[in-house]
Design a protein around this ligand. Structure first.
Ligand SMILES: *[C@@H]1O[C@H](CO)[C@@H](O)[C@H](O)[C@H]1NC(C)=O
Ligand SMILES: *[C@@H]1O[C@H](CO)[C@@H](O)[C@H](O)[C@H]1NC(C)=O
Ligand SMILES: *[C@@H]1O[C@H](CO)[C@@H](O)[C@H](O)[C@H]1NC(C)=O
Ligand SMILES: *[C@@H]1O[C@H](CO)[C@@H](O)[C@H](O)[C@H]1NC(C)=O
Ligand SMILES: *[C@@H]1O[C@H](CO)[C@@H](O)[C@H](O)[C@H]1NC(C)=O
Ligand SMILES: *[C@@H]1O[C@H](CO)[C@@H](O)[C@H](O)[C@H]1NC(C)=O
Ligand SMILES: *[C@@H]1O[C@H](CO)[C@@H](O)[C@H](O)[C@H]1NC(C)=O
Ligand SMILES: *[C@@H]1O[C@H](CO)[C@@H](O)[C@H](O)[C@H]1NC(C)=O
Ligand SMILES: *[C@@H]1O[C@H](CO)[C@@H](O)[C@H](O)[C@H]1NC(C)=O
Length: 843
């Protein structure tokens, strides 16, 4: 039949979906980071955007390609773009409307383009742009950028340009959402009154202005008067102390939440603490001051801090030679942070006695100093953070040792050692206690230490060299929500009891604790537990009864244990809410004995984490093979070679596998089996035009669209729908063969997210694939209903092979697309349809 041959040719040459290749010429290509969403084409010598990039793309990295000129509507093919990176694309011309159509673009990076011409309307149409990065573009003034229409712009990054004046253009009035104006490393030397006039009229209380790394010589007093901004950053902005001192006087009248002053660690000169250096700040209103890279703070009689006395928060970072006694008492200070200091010569006693101080943070400061903490804070809600100080705390922890009963947060992590000499007496207010990576000497784990801490929510004892001897190690922690104790050890017999009564626990980390077995009652009280990390232990089995009580569990990390497989009952009793399961780096046994486990892993790809690290240990020929790559089919083959008296349940999957393995052999064999099994039904072959495989959740679409259009259209097609056409009372598997496949010419597979979730649909589809082979003609029509994740599709169902060979149709919203869809679907269904007979029948 010449006609049908021609039709077949037409069909097979129809543009079916090919998985994006992204080859735009020799050795130029883009990486698909997230299918249809995110593409990376960095440094591929592209002079235009590769045609293969789909128009649904939201994030596109074109950096380091020679694009040279942006013409109007250059990106119009990608209306969904949100992030566009054009870093160093040698762009020297951006014409008007180049970004036209990018209504959803939020981030535009133009860094390092040697612009010669920028159209006045270059940025028109960018209605959603939040961040514009124009770093290193040789811009000489803020007027160079025609951005008056970027009404929602939040961040304007103009680092490393040639900008000499801080004169803020009129059109900044439009930028009411602006939060960051970054002028780091420009050429601003003089700041005069009219520069900031706009900000006197337009209030921008959330604005941060970064003037660091400019060489500011003069600030005209009055420039900042009545200006209220969030933060002003002046690091390495003044060449000398005397210039700094006079310039700070120029800030008179400024109201700012945070003021950052100082240098950069790597840049000389550092700033010496000098009397009067900060005097200008007496006329500035600020809450927080951050002093970075100052040195020589040792003179106790200085007047340096006089103008900081109203600050509520002070951070001093990267400084040396400090006598803490040189810091005076501040009337309103509630937060003091000292970070990265070279020498500290006294204990914190004096600081801690300040009446307003709520948070004291001293980190990376002490060097092998034996430190006895005395914290005399009188205020409530006290927080003490003394991490990373290499200190040894000799007495800990009670209200006596610490001098306060109001401590809420105590962080002594990353120190040398803590001697626990008391049981947290008088510290009833403690909410959070963090001792991680600090060696704990005695008590904890040996006697019940936490009996008084019934408000404690957070306890971190990870890597504290603690050995838990007693069952009552955590007794008293009635409110505890987070318990992290990895890197310690347990007395073997206490694990069944030690977590009892922790009924509010949400997060438990017992990784790396040398645990060999988990008692079945260990977690019986942890009904609220959401996250359990039990990795890096020596567990050989997953005892389902132990995990059964964990009704709220959503994250389970079981990686790096000694598990060889999960028994079927363990798989079944995994917590229902589990969304994140890591069983990687276990020595899995991938032999066919654990077929159900292997199948399960392939079905659970969305839940399983670190799949690439799930490898087989045995049998030896599969050693180091990824569990996901094990061909389950080889297991079926073995079953199938047994005599014919095999049940349907085994036969069906067998068919699929044999198809893959023993192609020729199977064709004969399977025909024989099927014909014996369903002898009668052969006569009724082709009763249906297509057997429809779909998830029951897509039933509505199938009924209202597919059935409506195909069965009631012209010519009409007869579809086999399992819920309608299957013979009741016959096992479903038999039905699929008898009613579904043997009587249908083709299979239509409706793919959606529901479909991919459904194990049953996957099974039917696998069958359809083997049936197609047996029948020897292109019989599968794949319909993709919604924007399914294509890379997942590819993995989950191994579909890509079939999509290339078969008809592939995408259901879209637009009417035109749907019209084409139905035309193509009808054509595909016509293929092989015995014309005359059908026509008569339908008349
Ligand atoms: C980049 O592509 C141009 C032509 O588009 C070619 O002349 C040039 O040699 C290529 N450069 C490199 C480094 O491949
Ligand atoms: C732009 O974003 C909106 C809101 O997120 C969305 O509804 C719309 O579809 C997007 N437009 C395009 C062309 O992607
Ligand atoms: C930067 O711009 C100035 C004029 O504003 C020009 O003289 C200079 O050559 C430019 N520098 C570079 C590296 O393009
Ligand atoms: C923004 O500012 C410019 C100049 O100040 C003005 O012409 C324009 O109408 C303003 N509004 C918008 C939406 O661009
Ligand atoms: C400033 O930021 C705060 C919180 O981030 C917000 O609630 C407020 O509306 C912002 N104010 C202005 C003027 O943008
Ligand atoms: C601190 O605040 C008080 C009252 O608000 C004010 O009188 C005093 O001048 C301020 N001191 C400094 C150094 O700003
Ligand atoms: C304690 O400090 C360490 C180191 O800075 C930090 O990682 C940890 O999150 C802090 N603990 C709490 C409970 O904030
Ligand atoms: C748990 O609480 C009960 C009663 O509140 C108490 O009798 C029992 O000793 C507690 N067990 C542990 C291990 O804390
Ligand atoms: C394993 O499967 C992945 C895809 O799931 C594939 O990229 C990889 O090449 C396979 N590895 C082997 C050794 O077959």
């Amino acid at each position: 039949m010449a006609g049908s041959d021609a039709l077949f040719f037409l069909l097979s040459s129809m543009p079916v979906l090919s998985w994006p290749l992204f080859v735009a010429g020799n050795q130029r290509w883009c990486t698909e980071v997230i299918a249809n969403i995110k593409y990376q084409c960095m440094d591929q010598n592209l002079s235009r955007i590769p045609a293969e990039i789909p128009s649904t793309t939201q994030q596109l990295d074109l950096s380091f390609n020679p694009l040279l000129i942006l013409t109007p509507k250059y990106f119009a093919k990608f209306p969904s773009l949100k992030v566009l990176d054009l870093t160093r694309c040698s762009i020297d011309v951006i014409e008007d409307d180049s970004f036209g159509g990018l209504r959803n673009l939020t981030v535009l990076i133009l860094t390092g383009n040697p612009l010669r011409y920028l159209g006045d309307r270059a940025f028109y149409g960018l209605l959603s742009l939040r961040k514009l990065s124009a770093v290193d573009m040789n811009l000489s003034s803020l007027y160079d950028l025609p951005i008056e229409n970027l009404l929602v712009l939040r961040e304007l990054n103009l680092r490393r340009n040639n900008i000499k004046s801080l004169k803020i253009p009129e059109f900044f009035r439009n930028l009411t959402s602006l939060q960051i104006l970054d002028l780091h490393s420009n050429k601003i030397s003089h700041i005069v009154i009219e520069d900031l006039n706009i900000f006197k009229e337009v209030n921008m209380p959330n604005l941060t202005i970064i003037l660091s790394n400019n060489v500011i010589n003069h600030i005209e007093p009055g420039t900042f008067k009545d200006i209220h901004i969030h933060k002003l950053s002046l690091r390495n902005s003044f060449q000398s102390n005397s210039i700094m001192r006079t310039c700070l006087h120029g800030l008179v009248g400024l109201q700012v939440n945070k003021l950052e002053l100082g240098s950069f660690y790597s840049i000389k000169p550092e700033i010496k603490f000098e009397d009067e250096l900060l005097d200008g700040l007496c006329q500035v209103e600020f809450q927080e001051v951050i002093l970075i890279c100052f040195k020589d703070l040792s003179n106790e009689k200085h007047t340096l801090f006089d103008c900081l006395s109203n600050a509520s928060s002070i951070r001093i970072v990267n400084f040396d030679l400090v006598k803490l006694s040189a810091i005076p008492e501040f009337a309103r200070l509630s937060y003091l942070e000292l970070k990265n200091c070279l020498t500290v010569d006294v204990s914190l006693g004096k600081l801690a006695s300040w009446r307003t101080l709520k948070t004291l943070k001293v980190t990376n400061c002490f060097h092998n100093t034996i430190f006895i903490s005395k914290f005399y804070g009188q205020v409530q809600h006290v927080s003490l953070d003394l991490t990373h100080n290499q200190m040894i705390v000799n007495e800990c922890c009670s209200n006596e040792n610490l001098g306060t009963s109001y401590l809420r947060y105590l962080n002594l992590s990353f120190n040398s050692g803590i001697k626990i000499t008391s049981n947290f007496e008088g510290l009833d207010e403690l909410l959070s206690l963090d001792f991680q990576y600090t060696k704990i000497i005695t008590r904890i784990g040996q006697i019940p230490t936490f009996l008084t801490l019934d408000k404690l929510l957070y306890l971190d004892l990870s890597y504290t060299s603690t050995h838990f001897f007693i069952q009552c190690a955590f007794c008293g922690l009635e409110s505890l929500q987070v318990l992290k104790i990895s890197g310690n050890s347990f007395e073997r017999n206490i694990l069944s009891q030690v977590f009892r009564n922790l009924t509010d626990l949400k997060v438990l980390d017992i990784s790396n604790c040398k645990i060999e077995g988990m008692s079945s009652s260990a977690f019986s009280d942890l009904k609220k537990l959401q996250e359990l990390t039990i990795s890096h232990n020596k567990l050989t089995v997953l005892d389902p009864t132990a995990y059964a009580p964990l009704l709220s569990l959503s994250i389970l990390d079981f990686s790096c244990n000694q598990l060889s497989f999960f028994p079927e009952n363990a798989l079944k009793s995994l917590p229902r809410l589990l969304v994140n399961l890591d069983i990687s780096q276990n020595p899995f046994d991938c032999s066919c004995t654990h077929l159900s486990f292997l199948q399960w892993t392939q079905k659970q790809k969305s839940v399983l984490q670190n799949i690439q690290h799930m490898t087989c240990f045995s049998p030896s020929h599969l050693n180091s093979v990824k569990v996901m790559n094990v061909t389950i089919s080889s297991c079926y083959t073995r079953f199938n070679l047994t005599p014919l008296a095999v049940s349907v349940g085994v036969l069906l999957p067998a068919a699929l596998t044999m198809f893959l393995v023993y192609k020729c052999y199977v064709q004969q064999y399977f025909r024989l089996v099927l014909s014996r099994f369903c002898m009668d039904s052969r006569e009724e072959e082709d009763k249906y035009d297509a057997f429809v495989i779909f998830s029951s959740k897509d039933e509505e679409w199938v009924m209202t669209e597919l059935v409506e259009k195909l069965e009631r259209g012209l010519p009409p097609f007869r579809l086999c729908l399992h819920f309608r056409d299957f013979i009741p009372g016959i096992p479903i598997a038999t039905n699929i063969i008898q009613e579904g496949f043997l009587k249908s010419r083709k299979a239509i597979v409706i793919i959606s997210d529901h479909f991919m979730e459904s194990r049953w649909c996957g099974f039917e589809f696998e069958l359809a694939q083997s049936w197609q082979f047996l029948e020897g003609n292109a019989g599968i029509i794949v319909i993709v209903l919604e924007k399914v994740n294509k890379s997942q599709l590819r993995q989950t169902l191994g579909l890509h092979k079939y999509l290339r060979r078969n008809t592939y149709l995408e259901w879209k919203d637009s009417r035109l697309d749907q019209h084409i869809f139905w035309m193509r679907l009808r054509k595909a269904l016509m293929d092989g349809k015995p014309w005359g007979a059908r026509e008569r029948e339908s008349l």
